[in-house]
Write a protein that binds this ligand. Structure first.
Ligand code: GSH
Length: 203
């Protein structure tokens, strides 16, 4: 059985959501960022991590890609072949280093950085995120999902960013991107993942 390590409500949701999409059994190892337990799985203390037997993997996009490829028969991974893999990799990099960046930057200034380092980055991050929304709209074109008409691991990462954006009142001024986020965030697997995390948080 897989172990998904981290705090409910964090990027851990990307892992639990992916596992729910795959229908794979898992348990949640509840721990906080930078805790001793978390550092056993990731020396940086950042979460989440995935444990698959004697293999430990960190970084949510890498974890979702790994799971999707490992269970390729379930259809959440790339198109077969080098180009399909490269396309998925490019989307994952866009999701993490571009689409997510302004959202995470604002959250860091709210919750993560030591008080003296915090600044009001609201205007800058809103500006940057608006550009990313325009970029996502262009990249999606008339696709239903990032890789075409199939929901994949990429949509887990983008969808989770969309959830952050909506939760922290970042404007998504694009009908197409809002429709995409509605489509992705209404997945029953995400609802199940949230439920599992709620149970873990209460335990
Ligand atoms: N690239 C990593 C980022 C992990 C990350 O920053 N996780 C947050 C929680 S959602 C964290 O542990 N932050 C602690 C910190 O930034 O010091 C991933 O996608 O998993």
């Amino acid at each position: 059985m897989y172990q998904a390590v981290g705090s409910p409500g964090s990027r851990l949701t990307r892992v639990t959501w992916m596992l729910e999409e795959l229908g794979e059994p898992y348990e949640i190892v509840k721990t906080k960022q930078h805790s001793q337990t978390m550092r056993r799985y990731n020396p940086t203390g950042k979460m989440p991590a995935l444990v698959d037997g004697d293999f430990v993997l960190t970084d949510s996009a890498a974890i979702c890609s790994y799971l999707a490829k490992k269970h390729a028969d379930k259809g959440f991974g790339p198109q077969p072949g080098l180009r399909g893999e490269a396309e998925m990799e490019a989307w994952m990099q866009f999701a993490q280093s571009e689409f997510e960046a302004p959202l995470w930057n604002k959250l860091r200034h709210r919750f993560i950085l030591p008080e003296p380092c915090r600044a009001d980055v609201g205007a800058a991050t809103a500006h940057d995120f608006a550009s990313e929304v325009t970029a996502l709209e262009a990249k999606l074109g008339d696709r239903l999902y990032a890789l075409g008409d199939r929901f994949t691991a990429v949509d887990v990462i983008l969808g989770h960013c969309g959830q952050w954006a909506r939760g922290s009142k970042f404007a998504i001024e694009s009908e197409a991107v809002n429709a995409y986020m509605d489509r992705v965030l209404s997945r029953p697997a995400l609802a199940r993942a949230r439920e599992r995390e709620k149970e873990a948080a209460a335990a």
